[in-house]
Write a protein that binds this ligand. Structure first.
Ligand SMILES: *Cc1c(COP(=O)(O)O)cnc(C)c1O
Length: 375
């Protein structure tokens, strides 16, 4: 018997520590992808590890209908840190589930079915979230998906304004597209989308599965854009490596969500992980650090890589370097010749989503390596 879904890489990772991981022979790699932004505080972070260990030794699991302290604390912490007036949380286990719930909640709360998503967007791989994902390769083999989804060009305020109408249940949008190639939206696009949805009585969902947890320089990208959506979905970095997702909602959504549940929703161990992660990120102003190091990294990339790249796009420590030849070959050279792990976004973009705790020295190391493999 063997697994069959993932392409396995020729490096066997055995240990992690901060921004580094180590293979089975002890070779060190700087993890500039944070395994898809899942460890914003770096690998094996002490506070998260001890919170998890403590919870494990006390109570590993109890059904979600019994309140437990760590989960209550997490609800309160998320309410405190989410943009007002968002203060209700639905907990789950992944990004796609968080979006799936958001789409269901929007349909229940509005009584409408039409969902608007954006070209090049990515929202996950369960049937509903997949229907709002752009790439045909991900959808084709599984069709028909849920109907009534319309795609508009990303960052096009007029197209969005035209698409949103009285039949719209929700607009789902990433404040910065991740998988689609690191495409930041203008504040104008997000604000126009907010106005149009508000006018139509539709729910605005910010998919912050990748942008959340301080990645773009504020805890939520919504803050940076000055927009308060009706729902924010989170996952990836929320548990610093443990599987937890969240759909954060305004009252009008939470009071009319229909009937939705999941057995493992808000289990004590993942709640402990998320609690410790969000607490540390807020108390240590990790988003502010991400903004500073992100700005430094951006400046160095522009100065050192410059025109050797087709484009450099970033928001905080969410960075895309669009290259002139296949990204995968460069990623292999970065790993094997420079000990740096990074990610692709499509075929031509090298994507950096490092732990938010990296320093300017780490940024320099990556820029030097990129200069070497690109030029
Ligand atoms: C990764 C991602 C998802 C899906 O999250 P999973 O945990 O893989 O289900 C959804 N939206 C965005 C923006 C993502 O980056």
């Amino acid at each position: 018997m063997s697994g069959f879904v993932f392409n396995e890489k020729p490096i066997q990772i055995e240990e992690g520590d901060g921004p580094y991981v180590y293979d089975d022979s002890g070779t060190e790699f700087l993890d500039m992808g944070a395994s898809y932004a899942c460890v914003p505080l770096g690998h094996d972070h002490d506070a998260v590890k001890s919170a998890v260990q403590e919870q494990l030794s006390k109570l590993t699991y109890v059904q979600a209908s019994y309140p437990v302290d760590v989960r209550t604390e997490l609800y309160e912490r998320l309410a405190d840190t989410a943009p007002d007036p968002i203060d209700k949380t639905w907990l789950c286990n992944s990004g796609t589930e968080a979006n799936e719930a958001a789409l269901k909640f929007a349909r229940a709360a509005t009584g409408n079915s039409k969902i608007i998503a954006t070209m090049q967007g990515f929202h996950g791989r369960t049937m509903g979230a997949l229907a709002t994902t752009w790439k045909n390769k991900y959808k084709k083999p599984y069709e028909p998906l849920i109907g009534d989804v319309e795609f508009v060009p990303y960052d096009d305020p007029e197209a969005m304004q035209e698409a949103v109408d009285d039949d719209t249940a929700a607009v789902i949008v990433e404040p910065v597209q991740g998988e689609g190639g690191i495409n930041p939206a203008s504040a104008e696009f997000l604000q126009t989308t907010r106005e149009a949805t508000e006018e139509a009585g539709a729910a605005l969902i910010f998919d912050e599965v990748q942008t959340g947890m301080g990645r773009t320089g504020t805890l939520w990208a919504a803050e940076g854009a000055g927009v308060a959506p009706d729902m924010i979905t989170a996952a990836k970095g929320l548990g610093n490596g443990l599987p937890v997702g969240a759909t954060l909602c305004r009252d009008w959504i939470a009071d009319n969500y229909g009937s939705h549940a999941s057995t493992f929703s808000g289990g004590p161990v993942i709640s402990a992980a998320a609690n410790a992660t969000v607490k540390t990120i807020v108390e240590e102003d990790v988003p502010g650090h991400a903004a500073d190091v992100g700005e430094y990294l951006r400046g160095q990339l522009e100065a050192e890589v410059g025109d050797a790249a087709r484009d450099i796009r970033s928001e905080g420590l969410m960075v895309g370097v669009e290259v002139k030849r296949g990204a995968n070959r460069l990623l292999k050279e970065l790993a094997l010749n420079h000990g740096i792990l990074a990610l692709p976004a499509g075929r031509t973009v090298v994507r950096l989503l490092p732990p938010l705790t990296i320093t300017e020295e780490h940024a320099d190391q990556v820029v030097d390596a990129l200069v070497d493999v690109i030029t």
